[in-house]
Design a protein around this ligand. Structure first.
Ligand SMILES: Nc1nc2c(ncn2[C@@H]2O[C@H](COP(=O)(O)OP(=O)(O)OP(=O)(O)O)[C@@H](O)[C@H]2O)c(=O)[nH]1
Ligand SMILES: [Mg+2]
Length: 378
């Protein structure tokens, strides 16, 4: 069965949901198989989605949800209510209104699409505030990764989106050794003089075979001991005696999510020594229950079709392969891997670039809130 959302259908959905929306196919029974675990591995935490049913009377119908899917209760989740092996919808979902289903609840196929609406993503990010009663006013998102991965560029990309013009606040560029040599917390403002948003992007030095962030120093970052602006220096590492060392960090000072930034063009040939170093840092974050995501940058260099427009990212099979590979090597679910493109040499903002970056950022903020929720409980 062909993919539904083309031409007229897309226009119809735009009319219903609002303009500026892109759709990316996340899950399709006839392509991915019919089981709840596959459904959740592909659809959980993806933000707003559309679900589309095809019935045996050649009728197409569906629904929209602004909430993310979650698989906390597989027994009672929506998918398990669909007895799809027999092609029947469970009556409890009351979808058998003749008007909608054309008198058939027998399903031939089902598709789930991620909705990518720039205005809504921008608004949600502006309105974001961390979970209440945690004493945290803004969450700290720690960016780590190999040299030249695009850590500083991601800070610039997010800054650009909210500043309203391309920003180069963080120094980015291609060098053999890490260009960033300080720990720097970037505050993002709504407009040049607007209020700061409720998250900080914490840029770090690139990981190299013989240099980068030492695991001991990394723990100081995670626990909030490292002062903003600290100069990374392999010969004199941060210690409790160092100037500015925060001896009694609060929940506000800690890191609330770790973002591993990887150049997507090197995922398939990722250097073993660097991977091992990142895995050691991941173990430190795991130990503290800090969530991790991977941002795959430079997708514009992966596929010819993404060079000038990245809005079709989720339709490019190569990107799917790289997401699988990254999930495998960093031991994370697919839902934690986000392909993006940073601003590089552009002079103007682009909707496609902003949308991908904000989709990723939204989910990272969700993960940070999950961490805070666990922190509260413990
Ligand atoms: N084409 C393209 N280039 C990118 C992208 N992201 C980053 N770059 C370029 O890659 C180079 C390295 O980017 P940086 O942001 O400096 O990388 P980094 O991870 O901060 O590197 P270090 O600070 O040196 O560890 C720069 O020339 C960027 O312009 C992207 O998505 N697409
Ligand atoms: Mg940098």
């Amino acid at each position: 069965m062909s993919i539904l959302l083309q031409g007229e259908e897309i226009k119809a959905l735009h009319r219903m949901i609002g303009g500026g929306v892109g759709f990316a196919l996340l899950y399709k029974i006839s392509r991915d198989g019919c089981n709840a675990s596959t459904f959740h591995s592909k659809c959980d935490r993806q933000g707003p989605t559309i679900i589309v049913f095809y019935n045996t009377n050649d009728t197409v119908y569906g629904g929209y949800t602004s909430q993310s899917w979650f698989s906390t209760d597989t027994e009672n989740c929506f998918f398990s209510k669909l007895d799809l092996m027999k092609g029947q919808l469970n009556d409890s979902y009351n979808l058998n209104s003749e008007n909608i289903t054309n008198d058939s609840v027998d399903i031939k196929d089902l598709e789930v699409y991620k909705c990518m609406c720039l205005d809504a993503l921008r608004k949600d990010t502006l309105n974001y505030s961390p979970l209440r009663n945690t004493g945290v006013e803004h969450v700290n998102l720690l960016l780590i990764g190999h040299v030249g991965a695009g850590k500083s560029s991601f800070c610039n990309t997010v800054n650009s989106i909210f500043k309203g013009s391309v920003s180069h606040q963080a120094i980015a560029g291609s060098t053999e050794r890490s260009l960033t040599n300080r720990f720097k917390k970037y505050q993002i403002r709504n407009g040049r003089y607007g209020k700061p948003l409720h998250f900080r992007l914490c840029d770090t030095k690139g990981i190299e075979k013989d240099d980068g962030i030492d695991p001991h120093e990394f723990c100081f970052i995670l626990d909030g001991n490292m002062p903003n602006g600290h100069l990374f220096n392999s010969s004199t590492q941060l210690s409790p005696d160092s100037p500015g060392f925060l001896a009694k960090p609060s929940t506000q000072d800690r890191m609330h999510a770790v973002v591993i930034i990887i150049d997507s063009t090197v995922v398939e040939i990722f250097e073993h020594e660097i991977l091992e170093k990142i895995r050691i840092l991941q173990a430190k974050a795991n130990h503290r229950g800090i969530p991790q995501v991977v941002l795959l940058t430079k997708i514009d260099r992966v596929s010819e079709s993404l060079k000038i427009d990245v809005s079709k990212t989720f339709h490019v099979p190569k990107i799917g392969e790289l997401v699988d590979k990254a999930a495998d090597i960093f031991g994370l679910p697919r839902a934690n891997i986000f392909p993006i493109k940073n601003y590089e040499d552009e002079m103007e903002l682009r909707e496609d670039v902003n949308t991908l970056a904000l989709l990723a950022l939204q989910q990272i903020l969700n993960f940070a809130d999950d961490y805070l929720a666990n922190f509260l409980e413990n």
